[in-house]
Design a binder for this molecule. Structure first.
Ligand SMILES: Nc1ncnc2c1ncn2[C@@H]1O[C@H](COP(=O)(O)OP(=O)(O)OP(=O)(O)O)[C@@H](O)[C@H]1O
Ligand SMILES: [Mg+2]
Length: 509
């Protein structure tokens, strides 16, 4: 049949045609149409199957049986094709295809050319419908115009991220992963390798907003904030004067303590109001509580995290053992400093001297839709300004509806794997103009690892089977039954050993 699927019927338009066919093509398959001296590429968006003789007006199953006996399975397939553009430049043609035009399977050689990116391509996988065609995305556009990787849990987000990181490392890329579940630290990338960075901040580098947040000073506690800020500034000044070896937090505490003593003295010379004593004591208690609670992320020896970022490496900040609240502080701190450092580099040549791609797993926790967090502020900021300073953002989330719509709408590239919940789908669709209803309709039927890829990094939206990343150490579903039976066996063995040990000691079990 020389690749002919069917022929156009009814009224056609430059962007859409309907066709009938005897064979069953696949939704998402690429087709080509030749008319008016041009060749146009399209994608099958929907398919229905029908029969002329067995129609909606027959209500007797026996009649249907008889028709089937006479006619056999004489079905037709009807579908609609979204026109993607002329094969040469992917521009939408000015004229619609005449009814009767042949709809052919698109030539894989043409598709290979369309999905190949010269010099700056990263291979994600292959077309779902035409497996021989490899799909590459444009690294430059992906990094500068940000990316969102969205899907329900277990659909293949982390696998996709690993494929991307591996691809970036092949071109000496620099990636910084905020690893919320310690799942990337043991990953084996083909090139470049992993640079694990401890999630430690030197309190000296904390901004006042960050230290205030960590200490849990309420937003409306103005008196507490005033004293805390004064003590923070005084401690900074002391350190700047070169009092090395002094603990920054100690200095703040000492200052607060001396004010408490002044308030207690309440003489006419003191500058501290006696009635403020309670507030100052509150700040001191909170600061001490913070030191107890977050001792693990505060370290006086810690270098500035930004200085640890290496070129050509998957730099990984392991946040697996850090709680949500502290993660927010670490993430916002790093984001703020990365952006600052890139700005500084472009101005004065000092700072991070290379473009960087920041990957945030659990992005809906760091940048939630209805709550404000420190990280959200910086995520939005990088989403808006990052392009100018070559700081790219990759937001990964299994709950897109809880992800800040502002940050999401700045992601000009998306990889959406299986996504079933309509509220999630609607939220994503509102953030992306190129996600059509027909593409949305595909989302629930995708298998693990299958994705819709769209945005500036690809010339046309497409359905891709993402490569399986081989260097992953963890992340797969556990075999629960096996785990239980293993544990039960171990327990049985332990009891047996205990018993024989007891018996060997002459005991009576
Ligand atoms: N493209 C793929 N090809 C083959 N297998 C895949 C692919 N993507 C994912 N898988 C399988 O599915 C499992 C889950 O994938 P992954 O950990 O990437 O999901 P996830 O969306 O990140 O899940 P979570 O929401 O729990 O983080 C993987 O262990 C892997 O075995
Ligand atoms: Mg994951």
């Amino acid at each position: 049949m020389n690749g002919v699927i069917g022929r156009c019927i009814g009224e056609t338009s430059p962007t859409n045609v309907s066709f009938v066919s005897k064979e069953m093509p696949r939704v998402g398959e690429y087709v080509s149409l030749e008319y008016d001296g041009k060749k146009v590429l399209g994608m099958i968006e929907s398919l229905v199957r029908g029969s002329v003789s067995i129609n909606d007006d027959i209500y007797d199953p026996q009649t249907i049986e008889k028709i089937r006996e006479i006619e056999g399975d004489d079905h037709y397939v009807k579908g609609s094709v979204k026109i993607l553009g002329d094969i040469k430049d992917l521009k939408i043609p000015r004229t619609p295809a005449p009814p009767g035009t042949q709809v052919k399977v698109a030539d894989p050689e043409i598709l290979k050319k369309i999905f190949h990116v010269e010099n700056s391509g990263l291979k994600l996988g292959n077309l779902i419908t035409q497996e021989e065609v490899e799909v590459e995305v444009d690294i430059n556009k992906m990094v500068t115009r940000h990316l969102a990787v969205l899907a329900m849990t277990g659909a293949g987000k982390s696998n996709t991220v690993s494929v991307i990181v591996d691809g970036l490392l092949k071109v000496n890329g620099s990636v910084l992963i905020f690893d919320m579940h310690s799942e990337y630290v043991n990953t084996k990338f083909e090139q470049g390798g992993v640079n694990v960075i401890a999630p430690e901040i030197n309190p000296l580098y904390l901004s006042f907003a960050e230290i205030k947040k960590l200490s849990n000073i309420p937003a409306n506690a103005y008196i507490q904030e005033r004293y805390f800020r004064k003590a923070y500034k005084a401690a900074q000044r002391t350190l700047m004067k070169g009092s090395h070896g002094k603990d920054f937090l100690d200095l703040i505490e000492n200052q607060l303590e001396s004010w408490i003593m002044e308030a207690e003295a309440d003489s006419s010379e003191t500058k501290v109001n006696a009635s403020d004593k309670k507030s100052i004591t509150d700040v001191l208690n909170k600061l001490q509580h913070m030191r107890d609670k977050y001792g693990n992320i505060l370290s006086l020896e810690a270098k500035d995290i930004v200085e640890n970022i290496q070129i050509g490496k998957a730099n990984i900040i392991d946040l697996g053992s850090v709680d949500e609240f502290a993660s927010d502080v670490v993430v916002s701190h790093v984001l703020r400093n990365v952006l600052k450092s890139r700005k500084q580099f472009l101005r004065s040549g000092e700072g991070i001297g290379f473009p960087i791609f920041l990957i945030l797993e659990e992005a809906h926790i760091l940048a939630p839709q209805n709550r404000s967090t420190e990280s959200k502020l910086w995520i939005s900021r990088i989403a808006r300004e990052g392009r100018k300073f070559a700081v790219g953002l990759c937001l990964v989330s299994q709950s897109p509806k809880s992800l800040d719509s502002d940050a999401l709408s700045q992601a000009n590239n998306m990889i959406i794997l299986r996504l079933v919940e309509p509220t999630d789908q609607n939220h994503v669709q509102r953030a992306s103009e190129s996600l059509s209803d027909d593409l949305i309709a595909q989302l629930p039927s995708l298998n693990i690892g299958e994705a819709i890829v769209l945005g500036l990094m690809t010339r046309i939206p497409t359905l891709v089977k993402i490569d399986e990343f081989k260097g992953k150490v963890s992340g797969g579903d556990l075999n629960i039954v096996e785990e239980w039976s293993k544990s039960a066996e171990n327990e049985e063995k332990r009891l047996k050993d205990e018993k024989s040990e007891y018996e060997s000691l002459g005991g009576d079990y």
